[in-house]
Design a protein around this ligand. Sequence first.
Ligand code: PLP
Length: 396
Amino acid sequence: MKTLTYKFAQRVLSTANPATVAASNRARELRQAGIDVVVFSSGDPDFATPRHVIEAARSALAAGDTHYTASRGLPELRAAITGKLQRDNGLTYDPARELVVTPSAKHAIYASIMALVEPGDEGILLDPCWTSYQSCIQLAGGTVRRVELDSGDNYLVTRDKLTAAASDRARILVLNSPSNPTGRVLARPELEAIADFAQSQDLIVIADEIYEKIVYDGHQHLSLASLPGMWERTLTVNGFSKAYAMTGWRLGYVAGPAEVINQILKVHEHSVNCAAVFVQRGGIAALEGPQDDVATMVAEYAQRRQLLIDGVSALPGVTCGQPEGAFYVFADVRGTGLSSQQFADRAIDEARVALTPGPGFGPCGEGYVRFSYAVNSSRIREGISRLRTMLERHAQ
Ligand code: PLP
């Protein structure tokens, strides 16, 4: 008899659990133990999914609509999505060939990266950026190159910064605007620089547009694929989690040239096959029904954003910029003399406030912590007040 030994693939051993999930899990454990925690670490909107979306899924279930769908997604949902991409983003996709509906935007990103990156390849990321891009590239056997961005110029993307990350081994660039965690909404000249770079380096760009509806102060989301020469080298990823408060439904999609989509489809078909059918019915209702809930949520986020910016910038040793979109404030805590991790550890241990340490979003995140304002205003006030007490105590 041989003794049991667990042997794991290097690709998982070298991959960490998401920093965002780790912070939220700690908060959940404390809450289960009856401790009141202000949770600024979650990217989950605290709003309810719109009623008509729930009703559509409920009716589908009641009608026995509980089986597999076409792996690309229900034709009606694909038509609703390509209609939305045309209307909102000026992008034309054939619903029969150029789109896959996935259980979550995360799965769309994962399947896209699995289809495009192989061992030895590199993926270029704008640093700081959402935690899972790096891990998906690593799980595919690739390595990451980083375009270093800086809060000093509001995370401006320039051709020079992109060129500094160029490499013959790079196959993809991942872009997220509006950005989690910085809140930057990339302007046309920045997207033009990315387009020029991608064309000169023959890169495919994965454009994660999941926060496109959540923008402030007149900032406008622009889809990279709409720029000249970019449709054919861009995968446009989006989902329902953020705009429609549908995180638990797990519904997203990726649109792009048929040749690329056909390869992504293999990863999708061998891992999940299709998104749940009644969830897809909910997705149709979300896109085709009234959009007032989206506007109401964005108006509320705008108020919370101001409250959080005012509160965070009044904390001793802490500063922050003006996020232009999404629902995060990426605060600079270097003036407190604490590292990101030390700040977040003290916040949860002493103030019972859950934050995500910046390095979870890449090395450029060191010295920062991320606050999510997917929590209501009274909790924002409470969290800020607890952090002030904590920081004042340490200053004494
Ligand atoms: N992309 C970004 C930038 C995100 O912040 C998130 C979730 O936090 C996702 C994708 C994942 O969205 P989904 O819930 O559709 O998987």
